[in-house]
Design a protein around this ligand. Structure first.
Ligand SMILES: Cc1ncc(COP(=O)(O)O)c(C=O)c1O
Length: 359
């Protein structure tokens, strides 16, 4: 498995420079319970957490680190909320490239530990990821440092790392191969890169005659980071900056990044914007585990939370073919499952005798 099977459709990297850890070609599974109980007959999950570092960002890191290898770069300077950093750290380790990452203040433990294990150098910065001015200032610094000849700046968005983002477009190519009918693809959005990549990937398939028409790419955001979902839904031309208040790790992106493109390109695909509360996301995360056997971090449940909201608001046809991106693993954010675990009987330590008496 590798994104490089789609090498002809993504930004060119010579064969000798291509790095892979086995990313891409992730499973597509049909919902067994949540879809039917919401009146959605054809609900599917694209399991992009089934990936070398357990998030969809591996599609980006594989492509972008390969571009660095091709260009002879030896230092990667990045910003991340956690998953991009974990992916970059892994692919840089594989490529023998140093990796320094500026991390948002609220990054969860699982992601931090993963980055450290791969050998990355990390700095968590106060206010980064919440305050738009601090976030912009961090980007300015990173861009300055990254302009040195041996270095490259990597941020998982078209605005900063466009060639690498073509690696994320492979999700559309995978899907077109996996299923003949897709009406809606629901994507969680922080900076909007994933949604734009999906829309551009489908557009490429339409342009080369593989698909007759693009599916509607739907953008879902938590209401505490609504930079593009409401502007897209309400017909505005552009995304907007916000002060991020959401607690959903990965989606705390108060700046616009790829937001303007997400608004125009997802609208052109026929998609709309959807806003959900953090509580809805946590509840959906629990349902994915209990009702479908899918262990995801909160950001990975956002697309489904948006689809369920759209179904309640009667914005989806009951027989539409709907795919929700499940983008990151539950192991990334152990804190986010503490409440769900607290509601269970736990795992009491018992003696053999006590255990024998249980049944
Ligand atoms: C698990 C997960 N899902 C979704 C996203 C959102 O991606 P984007 O910033 O491209 O909109 C992120 C971003 O970090 C993420 O980590």
């Amino acid at each position: 498995m590798s994104i490089w099977r789609w090498a002809d459709l993504i930004d060119f990297v010579p064969e000798h420079a291509r790095i892979t850890l086995g990313e891409g070609q992730t499973p597509l599974v049909r919902s067994r319970r949540i879809g039917p109980s919401a009146g959605l007959k054809n609900l599917y999950f694209k399991l992009d957490f089934v990936s070398p570092t357990a998030s969809y960002k591996d599609r980006f890191a594989a492509a972008t680190v390969s571009h660095m290898v091709a260009a002879g770069k030896t230092r990667c300077i990045a910003t991340s909320s956690g998953n991009t950093g974990a992916s970059l750290a892994a692919y840089c380790a594989a490529a023998g490239i140093q990796c320094l990452i500026a991390i948002v203040e609220g990054a969860p433990l699982g992601k931090l530990q993963q980055m450290l294990c791969y050998g990355a150098t990390l700095y968590r910065i106060r206010g980064f990821g919440a305050d738009a001015a601090i976030t912009s200032a961090v980007f300015d610094l990173i861009l300055k440092w990254g302009s040195e000849p041996d270095a490259a700046v990597q941020v998982s968005s078209y605005k900063y790392s466009a060639p690498g983002m073509t690696g994320v477009e492979t999700v559309a190519f995978d899907l077109a191969e996996q299923t003949p009918t897709i009406d809606h693809l629901f994507c969680p959005a922080g900076g909007g890169g994933l949604a734009v990549a999906a829309a551009r990937g489908f557009r490429k398939l339409v342009e080369c005659g593989v698909l007759a028409k693009s599916p509607a790419v739907e953008v879902v955001q938590p209401e505490g980071n609504d930079t593009m979902a409401t502007p897209l839904r309400d017909g505005h031309a552009q995304a907007r900056e916000v002060t991020s208040t959401t607690r959903i790790s990965g989606l705390q992106v108060p700046t616009v990044n790829d937001g303007h493109w997400a608004v125009t390109e997802c609208r052109a695909s026929g998609g709309s914007g959807h806003v959900v509360t953090d509580d809805e996301v946590w509840e959906t995360q629990r349902r994915l585990a209990r009702d479908e056997g899918l262990f995801t971090e909160p950001a990975g449940a956002v697309a489904l939370a948006g689809a369920l909201r759209a179904a309640r608001e009667r914005r989806l046809a009951p027989d539409a073919h709907i795919i929700c991106m499940i983008t990151g693993s539950g192991f990334k954010d152990p804190h986010s499952v503490e409440e769900a675990v607290a509601a269970t009987a736990g795992a009491p330590l018992v003696s053999l005798e006590e255990f024998a008496r249980l049944n």
